[in-house]
Design a protein around this ligand. Structure first.
Ligand code: FAD
Length: 387
């Protein structure tokens, strides 16, 4: 059910958009070219408290509600999907630890994560296990009262600069999650370069060779990692990605209407052309629909409502696909100038497609949502959880 934003939410959104206009938008193309976000920018996010947005104040976080977290990601998504990826992953690691970490793990890891003194990475995907996360082969064994990890992770956002990894693997037949500090002996990080989009998100492969960590680093019970720990992270990842895709969609719309109003085609503007108006009408309507879906999902999460999971899936499914359509149309509307880095739409075009792949692909979302809708009608059994 739609409720208007409160004055406080509106003022936070103004703060976030002003930050993005000042610090992110003017530099995002350069970061994309350099395939790197400067450390000083991450430090500035930390200083503003954005990296601890969802964590409670008792751990040094902002204690903001999920609506505010959504607005933060929407504002940043307009500026840089790669930088928003840092917010996404920090929240995924932090919220999984908040929900399933021991008191000691929370005391140790949450304050530095909340303050951005440490960046987290969510290390789930492996070369042979993406959507099929039950196929993990990273091996965790018990040795001398501690744990030893062997295996590899691929496509890990922030892996290049994260100080701590939340790593998923298997202990015998049981899926486990454990905290692995970057400096643990046997950890090797290989940067992944030349991605199509999210080029500055610091993706890496992580290699673990006889990496020893204390047994106290196990997060949640053995056997619960894929059914309980990972889903909390992925849920926050979807909220963040849904709202980030919404910001990108907003960028496509704003860039397109501004250009269409002034670009001359003979004696008329691009915006006078009916076929271009049709593209803009589609974009503007998707923007409105995506806004409603994202706000509903965030509010459902704030209210701890059972429908929060489904609404978040729908929001991420809708906005990521709408962003891909809008980015394609935004390039089309600008013609050749849309294919050049002087306008953000060419970057939006490359970044948008990534949103359909991360935190569960479009097809995985369709599979889960389709099952849920049919199950509700009483035609098939209970839906299964998935990445
Ligand atoms: C920029 C970027 C950042 C990323 N960051 C992280 C990160 O921080 N941490 C992390 O752990 N991972 C990360 N990933 C990995 C991402 O989560 C996986 O790429 C994603 O889960 C898909 O897995 P896959 O690439 O192995 O594709 P696959 O699972 O091999 O899928 C291949 C195709 O099969 C389809 N498919 C798969 N299963 C089904 C199904 N059940 N029904 C229908 N179709 C299906 C898919 O939709 C896709 O079209 C990142 C990826 C990218 C590109």
């Amino acid at each position: 059910m739609w409720q208007p934003l409160t004055d406080w939410h509106q003022s936070k959104y103004r703060e976030f958009t002003a930050f993005v206009a000042r610090t992110v938008a003017p530099c995002a193309e350069q970061w994309d070219r350099d395939q790197r976000i400067p450390d000083a920018v991450i430090a500035e996010l930390a200083q503003c408290g954005y990296l601890g947005a969802t964590l409670p104040r008792e751990y040094g976080g902002q204690g903001w509600d999920v609506v505010t977290f959504g607005l933060l990601n929407d504002a940043f998504g307009r500026g840089s999907s790669a930088l928003t990826g840092v917010l996404t992953v920090q929240a995924m690691v932090s919220m999984a630890l908040l929900k399933w970490g021991t008191a000691e793990q929370k005391r140790t890891w949450l304050p530095p994560l909340a303050k951005g003194e440490v960046i987290g990475a969510f290390a789930l995907t492996e070369p042979g296990a993406g959507s099929a996360m039950h196929s993990l082969v990273t091996e965790v064994t018990e040795h001398d009262g501690g744990l030893v990890l062997n295996g590899s992770k691929r496509w890990i956002s922030c892996g290049q600069f994260a100080g701590v990894f939340l790593v998923f693997g298997t202990l015998g037949q049981r899926a486990v999650a454990c905290v692995v500090p970057r400096e643990a002996p046997g950890v090797r990080v290989t940067p992944i370069c030349d991605l199509m989009g999210f080029r500055a998100a610091g993706l890496a492969e992580l290699h673990f060779k006889d990496v020893a960590v204390p047994a106290a680093n196990l997060v949640g019970k053995a056997g619960f990692a894929l059914s309980h720990v990972a889903p909390v992270g992925l849920h926050y990842g979807r909220i963040s990605t849904a709202c980030s895709a919404l910001g990108l969609l907003r960028g496509c719309f704003e860039e397109s209407v501004a250009y269409a109003a002034v670009r001359k085609i003979a004696d008329q503007t691009v915006g006078d052309l009916g076929m271009v108006r049709s593209l803009i009408a589609h974009m503007g309507t998707d923007l409105e629909a995506g806004t409603l879906l994202c706000h509903n999902a965030c509010r459902a999460e704030d209210g701890h409502l059972p429908e929060a999971f489904e609404q978040t899936l729908m929001a991420k499914y809708f906005t990521s696909r709408a962003a891909v359509r809008a980015a394609s149309d935004a390039v089309q509307i600008r013609g050749a100038s849309g294919c050049h880095g002087s306008s953000p739409v060419s970057r939006y075009y490359r970044d948008a497609k990534i949103m359909e792949i991360i935190e569960g692909t479009t097809q995985v979302h369709e599979d889960i949502l389709g099952k849920m809708f049919v199950a509700r009608a009483g035609k098939v059994g209970t839906p299964t959880r998935s990445a």
